[in-house]
Design a protein around this ligand. Structure first.
Ligand SMILES: NC(=O)c1ccc[n+]([C@@H]2O[C@H](COP(=O)([O-])OP(=O)(O)OC[C@H]3O[C@@H](n4cnc5c(N)ncnc54)[C@H](O)[C@@H]3O)[C@@H](O)[C@H]2O)c1
Ligand SMILES: [Zn+2]
Ligand SMILES: [Zn+2]
Length: 397
């Protein structure tokens, strides 16, 4: 089959690789019909280079048609249309039963002291082949293959793989007060979807912060107050001051951080990322996990912005250990912080009815690009550079 493979820093290519096989009785094989590129793939494309291996199959936002199932799979059968959440979980252990599928006791990557395995996400997360391919092996298919109805196009259900559950969790964790205000930092697919969900869940005022004009415009079109961070020239205090004045008094009771370690703003970021990309692997892994580099620009903004007694909900992905965080401010302001990988297979059950009954989040036109799998190298490039208005790209194998 054909698959999008990681080759080197900022280089992916479509290669011919062996078809996946059923390995366990609980596996299913699906034929992929749509598979999206995510902001998280950009971390692998550039920053996480030391943890990647040449030939790794990318992707964790797939859907398709069940092709083949193992003898223990009873919830889906060949021909069923399914979406596959990015976080791999058994659905039966104590953690899964609490809804914490990211901590699944069956799939935890103990070798690296990590939570549940993820599709297409480096050796730290189980080294599981990803979904930007023609076929995908899905472990624990009884729980992981989420059946969706026929009818609407793939675009309606594809975001159940990641964007919807992640944004959903971000909003739940943000604990927005009744008729309250939330500030969403970063208006990529995750941030924008979080603004839509926050509105649907009753937030009165939603402020969205980014630096890409098209992204600010997209969210403004559905009632979000846009704030362009470039106007503050990297001065987080000025930004926080502006938001406080806009809201009158204390800062927002809820802030969602949906940027992660690719944040723009700090001049050091590019340099350290480039340095780690240049060092030999073992050395680079060490620099990456121990150096206190300032990849935290957006996170620092979030801490600065959140009001006293407020809640900070972090969806952006941060890897590495010794980053200096403003613990002082978190402590002084008595902020509640919640974060983590989204418990995607858990939340899909709650969200699916909102897509079928009313199409509540109006996702049919959410993607800006539908390209063939062969065009993946181009797709990664324009998505990373935010060129050609690339916001969400769906590849069609
Ligand atoms: N927790 C999870 O389970 C989970 C799941 C999916 C994605 N993510 C993470 O969520 C984040 C967003 O994902 P995405 O797909 O929307 O990515 P994206 O790269 O498309 O979006 C990030 C947005 O942040 C903006 N941005 C950059 N620096 C900023 C700054 N200093 N202030 C304000 N905005 C800034 C960018 O312009 C961009 O629009 C990524 O870190 C991704 O890895 C987490
Ligand atoms: Zn994703
Ligand atoms: Zn489990």
């Amino acid at each position: 089959m054909k698959a999008v493979t990681w080759q080197a820093k900022r280089t992916v290519s479509v290669e011919e690789v062996p078809d996946p096989q059923l390995l366990e009785s609980t596996d299913a094989i699906i034929k992929i019909t749509s598979t999206a590129i995510c902001g998280s793939d950009l971390h692998l494309y550039e920053v996480m280079t030391p943890f990647m291996e040449k030939g790794d199959i990318m992707g964790h936002e797939p859907m398709g048609i069940v092709q083949e199932v193992g003898s223990a799979v009873t919830n889906v059968k060949p021909g069923d249309r399914v979406v596959i959440p990015f976080n791999i979980a058994c659905g039966e252990c104590a953690m899964c039963l609490r809804g914490l599928t990211t901590q699944c006791e069956t799939t935890q990557v103990r070798e690296h002291d990590r939570g549940a395995a993820l599709f297409g996400y480096t050796k730290l997360y189980g080294h599981v082949p990803g979904g930007q391919a023609e076929y995908l092996r899905v472990p624990h298919a009884n729980f992981m293959a989420k059946k969706v109805p026929d009818g609407p196009s793939d675009d309606r259900f594809l975001y159940l793989s990641d964007v919807l559950p992640t944004a959903w969790q971000a909003v739940k964790y943000a604990n927005i007060p009744e008729n309250g205000t939330v500030v969403v930092i970063g208006l990529g697919p995750i941030g924008e979807m979080a603004t839509r969900i926050a509105q649907q869940q009753g937030a009165e005022t939603v402020i969205g912060i980014d630096l890409v004009p098209e992204r600010l415009a997209r969210t403004a079109a559905h009632g979000v107050i846009p704030v362009d961070i470039r106007e503050f020239e990297g001065d987080q205090q000025k930004l926080a001051q502006f938001i406080r004045e806009k809201l009158g008094g204390n800062g927002p009771a809820a802030v969602i951080e949906a940027v992660g370690m690719e944040a723009h703003g700090s001049p050091n970021v590019k340099l350290v990322q480039q340095l780690t990309g240049m060092l030999p692997d073992a050395a680079a892994q060490k620099v990456f996990t121990t150096a206190g580099m300032d990849r935290l620009f957006a996170l620092h903004s979030a801490i600065e912005l959140v009001g006293r007694g407020g809640t900070l909900s972090i969806s952006g992905v941060y890897a590495g250990q010794a980053d200096p965080i403003s613990l002082d401010a978190l402590f002084d302001k008595q902020v509640t912080v919640r974060m983590g990988q989204a418990n995607a297979p858990f939340w899909t059950q709650e969200i699916l009815p909102l897509l079928t009954d009313d199409n509540l989040f109006d996702v049919d036109n959410f993607a800006t690009h539908h390209l063939s799998l062969d065009e993946a190298p181009h797709a990664y490039e324009i998505f990373q550079k935010k060129e050609d208005n690339a916001f969400k790209i769906i590849l069609k194998p």
